[in-house]
Write a protein that binds this ligand. Structure first.
Ligand code: BYC
Length: 330
């Protein structure tokens, strides 16, 4: 069984690292260039398999950890309707995690191994989920910005060269669109409400704007995996390209809400048709990745506890499976 270790993850993947012949690599690249989907049983370079396991498992972990900041508000949603919507959204995130773990399993890694890598800190999850959801406006802002950034990043993944991942992404993106709309809808209500509600929305935007931009990953010059992942058509756009697209669509939405994006350097550039923006604090990003964000420890402690608390469910499922197999073998 394939195991993902830190030693392997630290190195960017490159074609030709395994025992593959140049002819095999060339034939594989020709399939990619012809926009053929690579399926689970097809031959693939070891580095391609490793890159996908890294990305898909990190994506799955993000969905699962991402349930925490919103779960924190389930008991305090302002109305029954908002509560039902939030509950459905969080359940969707769990579903996304499961489709993604299944997609990664087709590459020969076990779910137990992926979960172990998350719990022992080897595997990453998205930096964004290490920030706290302090007010109800944060729930709106997570839907609007975090799911909005997720859609921007994930729509191109529907065209990823690896079939099982690309197909999982189609359903995920449909659900993410509803998530983004529900978040924006919360903010529309708050921004049309009292001064205090509008101030709460502005405060949430102030805190979530820059971390949302960091979701797209390091700038292109520092992105160690992008070049190879784009050559393999796993990624279709670079981190900076997607970040720019996100800024371009989101700034007018903030204006519609009557909110101010917390970036004094933000300005529309007529000559390029894009917004220019201020410098991202990459040190903050690196600190969060190193485990020192505001909520990293809390998120991991909660995930580890949930895993331990669920041990009896896994045990019961295993016992049932053993009985079921024995019954059908008899
Ligand atoms: N946070 O070479 P790069 C969601 C890491 S879930 C943490 O550019 P790559 C949602 C990167 O992994 C959102 N780590 O990498 C859920 C790499 O480290 P390793 C998650 C980050 O892979 C619930 C190193 O930095 N979405 O939307 O080419 C509720 C160098 O980066 C981050 C996905 O996972 C980050 N933000 O590009 C609501 C989408 N950024 O692995 C919403 C799928 C970078 O070498 N993933 N790193 O140790 C991707 O598209 C790509 O993996 C990324 C990074 C664009 C994220």
């Amino acid at each position: 069984m394939y195991t993902q270790g830190l030693d392997q993850k630290d190195k960017p993947a490159a074609a030709g690292q395994g025992t593959e012949t140049p002819e095999q690599l060339e034939a594989f690249q020709a399939r990619i260039d012809a926009e053929e989907k690579i399926e689970a049983k097809d031959w693939m370079p070891e580095a391609y398999r490793r890159t996908l396991i890294r990305q898909i498992s990190q994506h799955a972990h993000s969905e699962i950890i991402g349930m925490q900041p919103e779960g924190n508000w389930l008991t305090r949603a302002p109305t029954l309707k908002r509560k039902a919507i939030l509950l459905a959204k969080i359940q969707d995130e769990a579903g996304h995690g499961l489709y993604l773990y299944s997609a990664a399993e087709t590459l020969g890694v076990s779910r137990d191994q992926m979960v172990a890598d998350l719990l022992n800190g080897k595997a990453k999850y998205s930096s964004i989920f290490n920030y706290p959801a302090l007010t109800w406006a944060d729930i709106g802002t997570i839907g609007w910005l975090v799911d909005g950034a997720a859609i921007m990043n994930q729509i191109p993944l529907c065209r990823c060269s690896y079939g099982p991942y690309s197909r999982a992404m189609i359903r995920i993106c449909k659900e993410e669109s509803f998530h983004q709309r529900q978040g924006f809808d919360i903010l529309v209500s708050l921004c049309n409400g009292t001064d205090k509600q509008k101030a709460m929305a502005q405060d949430a935007l102030d805190r979530w704007w820059w971390p949302s931009l960091m979701m797209f990953g390091p700038s292109d010059k520092d992105s160690k995996h992008s070049a190879q992942s784009m050559a393999w058509k796993i990624k279709r756009f670079s981190n900076d390209e997607l970040r720019q697209k996100f800024i371009d669509v989101t700034v007018p939405q903030a204006e519609f809400l009557g909110l101010k994006v917390p970036d004094d350097k933000l300005a529309f550039d007529e000559s390029t048709g894009h917004y220019r923006h201020g410098e991202i604090d990459w040190q903050e990003f690196l600190d969060v990745l190193a485990g020192n964000g505001p909520c990293n420890r809390q998120r991991m402690a909660k995930r580890c506890k949930a895993h331990d608390d669920g041990a009896w469910v896994r045990e019961a499922a295993r016992a049932y499976a053993t009985k079921h197999t024995a019954k059908h073998a008899a």
